[in-house]
Each structure stands twice: as structure tokens, then as C-alpha cells.
Design a binder for this molecule. Structure first.
Ligand code: 5RP
Length: 227
């Protein structure tokens, strides 16, 4: 079974968790897109959907889902979102799609957060996937030097690299830059999260700790629930 089929299974299972009248946070990425499509297909009444990116907003709009904003709907019942890595205790790396700041804002406003992923995303130690760090563009090379110092303190020798695409530096929906830190292994995610947050110029990082309530993992044999 392909990873995309596993993502679809997880997204469809998550859509069954949504009830009419709920305010729902819509994640970003290919797995979250399967959830958004499955949710729209259910035609539930009274939904309010808060998207975590412009890309997800566009998809939800095309599918006719009723959109809201975090300003208008500050209390979200359930957020469903993908992840780049799902580690022990449902510690996550997110931000592969550069939406980590809006995602974390929506997750933190949610009564429950459900992560959906294909089986390859489940890991014993976080860090094989490069950790995304959102950085203000002003003075970003200086900020990158300070990130490098923190990484060295965490025994991560490789400096984070600014994310680029065909048209130059990748910009987030908020106009910031993304640095990706190839950690290899993050031995103390909570301390790394704290240390990164203390750097002026770092807006947010992709470590999502103590935020996910459950995970639905798509596997070749169906879906598995992690709590
Ligand atoms: C976007 C994210 C995504 O949820 C994460 O990158 C997983 O993406 P995909 O479902 O396409 O594998 O954090 O910022």
C-alpha cells in the first residue's frame, strides 16, 4: 500500500470524528488534505472550519466548507493535522509544509488535537526529519548563527539551512523564512524547544510537544490509534 493510500485512510478515519456544529481546525499538507476532502464529503451541518494555511483555506473553499478564522472562532473543538514525525509520547516534528506557526496557534486553541499520518512517520527518536524553524527575515543570518550555537549545545553539529525553492527563499504565509535543522537525533526535545524559543528572531519551531491527544496512523492493515 502506498504512503498516500495510508494518508487517505488516516484522513478518512479522522473525518468520522467530526460532529455537526463543531468548530474544526484544518491542518496543512497532503494528509490533512485527505481529511479536508473526507470532511467535506460528509456534508455536516453547522461546521466552522479554521484553516492553518492559505493552501488549506483554498482547498476548503473549493470544497464548500464554511471557513472561519482564529479571531472569529478562538475556541476550536477539534483540530486534525498531519506531521513529519510522530515520536514517543506523541511528540511531533511538524512544519515540512512551512505552516508550523499557524498550525501551532490553531492547535493551542483546540480542545483536542488529532494527528494523522502514514506509518513511515512513526519514529523511536525525533530528528531524522530536519526540524523546521520559522525565523523573521530581518537579520535572519544573525539569527541563524544563534540557532547554530543552540544546536551545538545539543550536540548537533550541522547548522540549520535556510529553505529555498525554485523562486528563491521560501516565505511562510506570515512572510517569514524557514530554516531546517538536520538534527539526526533530538535527545531532549523539551530543552531544545525551550532554547530555540529564547532566540530573538525565532518566531516558532516545529517541535509540537504535549499537544497531540491521539494519532491515527494509516498502515497496510488499516488504521491504528496511538494515544
Ligand atoms: C505542514 C505540516 C504537515 O502536516 C507535515 O509536513 C506533513 O505533511 P504531509 O501530510 O504532506 O506528509 O506540518 O507545515
Amino acid at each position: 500500500m502506498s504512503a498516500d493510500t495510508q494518508k487517505r485512510l488516516a484522513g478518512e478515519a479522522a473525518a468520522l470524528r467530526v460532529e455537526a456544529g463543531m468548530t474544526v481546525g484544518l491542518g496543512t499538507g497532503s494528509t490533512a488534505a485527505w481529511f479536508v476532502r473526507a470532511l467535506a464529503a460528509r456534508n455536516l451541518t453547522g461546521l466552522r472550519c479554521v484553516p492553518t494555511s492559505e493552501a488549506t483555506a483554498e482547498l476548503a473553499r473549493e470544497l464548500g466548507l464554511p471557513l472561519s478564522t482564529l479571531e472569529d472562532s478562538p475556541r476550536i473543538d477539534l483540530t486534525v493535522d498531519g506531521a513529519d514525525e510522530v515520536g514517543p509520547g506523541l511528540a511531533l516534528i511538524k512544519g515540512g509544509g512551512a505552516a508550523l506557526l499557524r498550525e501551532k496557534l490553531v492547535w493551542e486553541a483546540s480542545a483536542r488535537c488529532l494527528v494523522i499520518a502514514d506509518a513511515a512517520k512513526v519514529v523511536q527518536t525525533l530528528g531524522a526529519f530536519a526540524l523546521p524553524i520559522e525565523v523573521v527575515a530581518f537579520g535572519h543570518k544573525t539569527t541563524a548563527n544563534r540557532i547554530a550555537d543552540v544546536l551545538i549545545d545539543h550536540e548537533i553539529a550541522m547548522p540549520a539551512r535556510v529553505r529555498t525553492a525554485d523562486r528563491g527563499l521560501v516565505r511562510t504565509d506570515g512572510g517569514n523564512l524557514i530554516y531546517d535543522a538536520k538534527c539526526g537525533a533530538v535527545h531532549d526535545p523539551a530543552r531544545l524547544a525551550d532554547d530555540l524559543k529564547l532566540i530573538t528572531g525565532v518566531v516558532e519551531h516545529g517541535l509540537f510537544l504535549d499537544l497531540a491527544d491521539e494519532a491515527i496512523i494509516g498502515t497496510d492493515g488499516g488504521v491504528e490509534l496511538l494515544t
